[in-house]
Design a protein around this ligand. Structure first.
Ligand code: DGL
Length: 268
């Protein structure tokens, strides 16, 4: 199907569920004029424990839904889908499609002085080795230590950002990083930016926390700017949320990720 995007077309963003709203929040700040269509695969979350084949299949289905909505660009806001499916999607997709790994890895490579970088992410993201590989592409001398933190996702979904239990879980997960003396830590999962305060409390002020959500929003702006595809329209922007499960649960929980309430949620 030929696809000729127009600068007023929406940006498509997808994630396994709610977490990708941290990227949407950054897009609202960097690109307040843009229309955004977000797809949250709430019926099939989590992706972080699933195989590459499954994640590729799910991601392809979502990309085709977004293309039907005439998106001009797609952001894979999920770290797990970015690690395991982005290379395949990039070969097939008729519009620019970017993930969250490269922007985060690039920022971390620039930030580290000790050349010791930590990565926290889901099991599937860590297992893929994608972050470590891209970090080494940007900074060959870097020493990378990775740690899956599966308990962080449910703690965030529960809204326990500063809870004592979350602090104790973080201390446990992050203990090796402290021993190794990393100076940069990549928050390699959509949910982790919401634990920034707790993670910073454990790691101390000398460790820089890299939030891929912020970096990817900057990259979207650069790409659209370079292609003269930024939206210029007097009408205020429209945002739409597509979910694969119950819209009410999504609406209720989305506020925590976005900081504002969401309207216009449809089940597909
Ligand atoms: N969105 C996923 C990620 O960024 C976290 C949740 C999941 O496992 O699906 O890796």
């Amino acid at each position: 199907m030929p696809h000729h995007p127009n600068s007023n077309d929406p940006i498509g963003v997808f994630d396994s569920g709610l977490g990708g709203l941290t990227v949407v929040k950054e897009l609202f700040m960097s690109l307040p004029e843009e229309n955004i269509i977000y797809f949250g695969d709430t019926a099939r979350v989590p992706y972080g424990t699933k195989s590459r084949e499954t994640i590729i299949r799910y991601s392809r289905e979502i990309v085709s839904v977004l293309l039907k909505h005439k998106v001009k660009m797609i952001v894979v806001a999920c770290n797990t889908a970015s690690s395991l499916a982005l290379d395949v999607l990039q070969k097939e997709c008729p519009v620019p499609i970017i993930g969250v790994i490269d922007p985060g890895a690039k920022k971390a490579a620039l930030s580290t002085k000790s050349k010791k970088v930590g990565i926290i992410a889901t099991q599937s993201t860590v297992k893929s080795g994608k972050y470590a590989k891209r970090l080494k592409d940007f900074e060959p001398k870097v020493h990378v230590i990775s740690q899956p933190c599966p308990l962080f996702v449910p703690l965030v979904e529960e809204g326990w950002f500063d809870h004592d239990i979350t602090f104790r879980v973080a201390k446990e997960y992050l203990a090796d990083f402290k021993k190794e003396g990393i100076d940069t830590l990549i928050l390699g999962c959509t949910h982790y930016p919401l634990l920034r305060k707790t993670i910073a409390r454990v790691m101390g002020s000398k460790v820089t926390l890299i939030d891929s959500a912020r970096e990817v929003a900057m990259e979207v702006k650069e790409i659209l700017g370079a292609q003269k595809m930024l939206r210029h329209d007097r009408k205020s922007p429209e945002h739409m949320y597509l979910v694969s499960d119950e819209p009410e649960i999504f609406k209720f929980r989305a506020v925590r990720f976005l900081g504002t309430s969401v309207k216009n949620v449809k089940r597909v």
